[in-house]
Design a protein around this ligand. Structure first.
Ligand code: ZN
Ligand code: FE
Ligand code: FE
Ligand code: ZN
Length: 275
């Protein structure tokens, strides 16, 4: 199994040394892990949201050095880049500097609103939930169309605090799957939602099943911000992927996909409802 969504303390809101994440991944018997800490944002105040530009080269060299020190696990160099319209060339230029294995593109902003940030939760009261959902999925499609990203992160993060749309979104969801297919991006099965108020994996079974119909590849990620979260709830993630009809997943090497079979790590006896 793989865990492709792993943060480090460089971003300012995660804890633990990088080596501790690796040790935990080995303890969990993962075959592969990838670091994917937050890429500095354009004009970012770097106020505990992302690593700084100065830290980026150190992050890369630390991953390379851990890779050499721990041959018992494959360690990939990934990054999680914010998608903000208008910042494409800035992101592109940063990504070209280093030999990333994969790039996760994530929508955390609608306009300037960090809709998933607990500190900006109050903004939700001023918004129309359906409109927020529509804007969110529009941004997801735009992010895929940039061709900057290999993996689209936590594809229904907008549900994080439990806000639910009142209208049918199937057209939005279908259009989004269509664009993901066209631009050949993968999506992640991200277990961090289980640790958030929504208490669901990102994306939902409904959305993941749709992606499966469109033959969109998946990766697995815990979005760990502490070493103990590595590989967390992966039995659930595998069960969800199987429920959605997936028989395999992908890994990345130098930004190229490699197809893998879904392991038989048995989720039997698990009695956790997956929605
Ligand atoms: Zn983070
Ligand atoms: Fe994210
Ligand atoms: Fe993340
Ligand atoms: Zn994330």
């Amino acid at each position: 199994m793989i865990d492709y969504h792993v943060h480090t303390k460089l971003c300012g809101h995660a804890t633990g040394e990088m080596i501790d994440y690796v040790k935990e991944a080995i303890r969990c018997e993962l075959d592969e892990m990838g670091f994917s800490d937050h890429l500095p944002m354009k004009g970012g105040k770097e106020d505990n949201l992302t690593m700084t530009l100065d830290e980026l080269p150190n992050y890369v060299s630390e991953v390379m050095s851990l890779r050499k020190s721990f041959p018992e696990i494959r360690i990939k160099l990934g990054i999680e880049a914010d998608y903000v319209p208008g910042n494409e060339s800035y992101v592109k230029e940063l990504l070209e500097r280093y030999p990333f294995d994969y790039v996760i593109g994530s929508v955390h902003y609608i306009g300037t609103w960090a809709f998933d940030h607990p500190g900006e939760l109050g903004e939700w009261d001023k918004k129309e939930v359906d409109l927020v959902y529509k804007e969110y999925f529009e941004l997801l499609r735009k992010s895929a169309r940039t061709s900057l990203f290999d993996i689209i992160g936590h594809c229904d993060l907008v549900k994080k605090f439990g806000h639910r749309p009142n209208t049918e979104l199937s057209k939005e969801l279908n259009d989004t799957a269509q664009v993901f297919k066209e631009y050949k991006v993968a999506v992640e099965v991200n277990t961090s939602g289980l640790r958030k108020p929504v208490k669901e994996i990102y994306p939902s079974c409904e959305i993941l099943s749709l992606y499966q119909k469109y033959d969109i590849p998946i990766v697995f990620g815990s979005d760990a911000h502490t070493p103990g979260d590595i590989g967390k709830d992966f039995d659930n993630a595998i069960l969800l992927a199987r429920q959605a009809g997936y028989k395999g997943f992908v890994t990345f090497e130098g930004r190229k996909k490699v197809t893998c079979e879904l392991s038989n790590r048995s989720p039997e006896g698990l009695n956790v409802p997956i929605t």
